[in-house]
Design a protein around this ligand. Sequence first.
Ligand code: HEC
Ligand code: HEC
Length: 250
Amino acid sequence: MRVFIAALVLTLSAASPVWAQAAPRASYQDQWVRTEPTDPSEEWLIAFGGRMYSQWAEVLDQNLPVKGAPGGGGYGDAPKAKGPDIWKCATCHGWDYKGVGANKATNLRGLVGGDPARVVKALRNERHRYTPEMIPDDAAMRLGLFLTKGQYDVDKVIDPVTKKINGNPVRGKAAFQNLCASCHGYDGKAQNFAGTKAPEFIGTVARTNPWLLIHTARNGFPGEAMPANFWMGMDILGDIGSYAQTLPEK
Ligand code: HEC
Ligand code: HEC
């Protein structure tokens, strides 16, 4: 008991509050993060695909390839992402799914309502060169489900120029304080997603990359016990996003 109190006093008197760093995931949460339901709902598969879109290797318990790039880096205007990040879908296709840069062929919005198998095929083509060892067919199908059934029109929620998220921040506050705050804190600062020099909190991401915020809120965070809120619908996610844009950036 005395040891415990001493530790508590030490922690409380430390310069930064106890909750300023992300706590390690409890092992029971691996039940959710690293295993699968025996009877997955389609929504679960779609959100799995959404997390793969963020970082497929993490979701599949692998590492991103350290060398090379899809298509050998031979795209007309492939973004200049360095290192393994070049293998992430969003690097070329964007967090709004509309493609990065001037290459309109990277816009994936046309896939909505289409055949998910088309995505599997695209991943195997000479442009992408994702092998079945990297992304097995069943996992590739989940990416396909996400892109054909799980995408949404971001322009309905986010102003592409001002980056403002349309929503009702009063309703968003209620959802944020009761749900997101359990891991991110009431001010969104309980976890820092970047370094200590240039910290990134919920309020930072909400303003700098609202598309990433909405994508993550819907699909969860790869390899972490953050729930996918796909089932909520875009209205409430927009509300949460608009409230998140009022939270502190630093
Ligand atoms: C290095 C850039 C790059 C990365 C990374 C990348 N793509 Fe692509 N992708 C492209 C380009 C460029 C095209 C345009 C079509 C072409 O040139 O073949 C494309 C086309 C596609 C298409 C075909 C669209 C259609 O209309 O049929 C799909 C599907 C696709 N990508 C999915 C993905 C997914 C899923 C990932 C992540 C696992 C991914 N891409 C990663 C560059 C990339
Ligand atoms: C059960 C815990 C938990 C809940 C609830 C939760 N998150 Fe997270 N969230 C996490 C973890 C863990 C991370 C990853 C942090 C890291 O790796 O730095 C994360 C990361 C994020 C990121 C960072 C994305 C990026 O790539 O920078 C955003 C944005 C986010 N969460 C938004 C939300 C929103 C909005 C809600 C409520 C709808 C929410 N989270 C609810 C645990 C949670």
